[in-house]
Design a binder for this molecule. Structure first.
Ligand code: DP6
Length: 323
């Protein structure tokens, strides 16, 4: 048995599209920041007495879909370790309650680390990243802490990027609540965009340019440049989704109000740039110095139900059992 912990990450240059859905290979690279405030802890026990894999998520038996996706990762681990034993998996999201945030990135990263260790394997971080990617593309990035780049080519693994910005960047996460129906999952939505959005080809052409500019900004320690790329890239991803047919619109009124508030903060000289994933919530790239002011401003918006401030998270790791 083994227990591992992994932090979620938020993409600054988004992964939105696959070149091989069967092996879950991304169509383009991506770049993210790992967040300390959003953690998943997962325990894997290979149990000779178990007839089938089991998954308990936040205290309740998981859906058939989640179980099948987890069992597919366990199959890869078993093949590599040359074992046939089924596993009991328990996974807990240490996310603030009602955060409404997706946990597949931290979840599959923690699963990859815990399952390989429980099976007696000792994989390098890059191999863990490839394994986590099979569960969720964004999970490949959660193997690493701080800034992370995901490569599209070959095995599609992620790797950390050093930047002086890791010392001062923070993220404010504004949760948009309300009675909106559950957002369309990113897996299904990105396939729909690839199949129907007239902007999808333009999106794929844009990503390498945004990645190069973001990496230059990270190397130079230029938060203004990084923030501007992150906001523009997220809006381009959402434009691609909105142009698909039928349209995928993740935004709610509060999402637009938050975008306006972020622009107003910036106009007052406050470091603030917005990014949005496959849902209505807005994540604001900011600094340690400005985070409280940004959090206060976003909290005042109608429809915002929860605001969190997160610092930079570390890599996925085994939780050592107390001796
Ligand atoms: C909008 O990693 O959840 O958050 O590989 O199909 O599991 P699958 O997709 P997933 O997609 C993440 C989409 C995103 C952007 C990002 O995190 O890069």
């Amino acid at each position: 048995m083994a227990t591992a912990r992994a932090c979620a990450n938020i993409a600054l240059v988004k992964y939105w599209g696959k070149r091989d859905p069967a092996r879950n290979l991304p169509a383009a690279g991506s770049l993210s920041l790992t967040l300390a405030a959003l953690v998943t802890e997962t325990t894997v026990v290979f149990d000779a007495a178990a007839a089938a894999d089991q998954l308990v998520l936040d205290g309740a038996p998981a859906s058939a879909g989640d179980l099948a996706r987890t069992a597919a990762i366990l199959d890869l681990v078993r093949a590599r370790a040359k074992i046939a034993t089924r596993a009991r998996v328990t996974s807990e999201n240490r996310f603030p309650t009602a955060s409404g945030l997706a946990s597949s990135a931290s979840g599959y990263a923690a699963l990859a680390v815990a399952a390989t260790r429980a099976a007696g394997l000792d994989l390098a971080p890059r191999e863990l990243s490839v394994l986590a990617r099979r569960g969720s593309g964004s999970a490949a990035r959660s193997i690493f802490g701080s800034f992370v780049r995901m490569r599209a080519e070959g095995d599609a693994y992620a790797e950390p990027i050093a930047s002086p910005l890791a010392e001062r960047i923070q993220m404010v996460i504004a949760i948009v609540g309300g009675g909106a129906p559950k957002s369309r999952g990113s897996r299904d939505a990105m396939e729909h965009c690839a199949a129907t959005s007239p902007l999808y080809a333009a999106w794929l052409a844009l990503v390498p340019r945004d990645l190069a500019a973001a990496e230059a900004a990270l190397a130079a320690g230029d938060l203004d440049a990084l923030g501007a790329i992150a906001e523009a890239n997220a809006l381009a991803m959402h434009a691609t989704a909105m142009a698909s047919r039928p349209a995928i619109v993740y935004w709610q009124p509060a999402t637009l109000a938050l975008l306006a508030e972020v622009r107003a903060l910036r106009a007052r000289g406050v470091a603030a740039w917005a990014t949005i994933d496959a849902g209505p919530h807005v994540k604001v790239v900011t600094t340690i110095d400005a985070a409280v002011e940004v959090a206060r401003a976003t909290q005042k918006i109608d429809g915002v139900t929860n605001v969190m401030i997160s610092g930079v998270g570390g890599p996925a790791a085994i939780v050592e059992a107390p001796r």
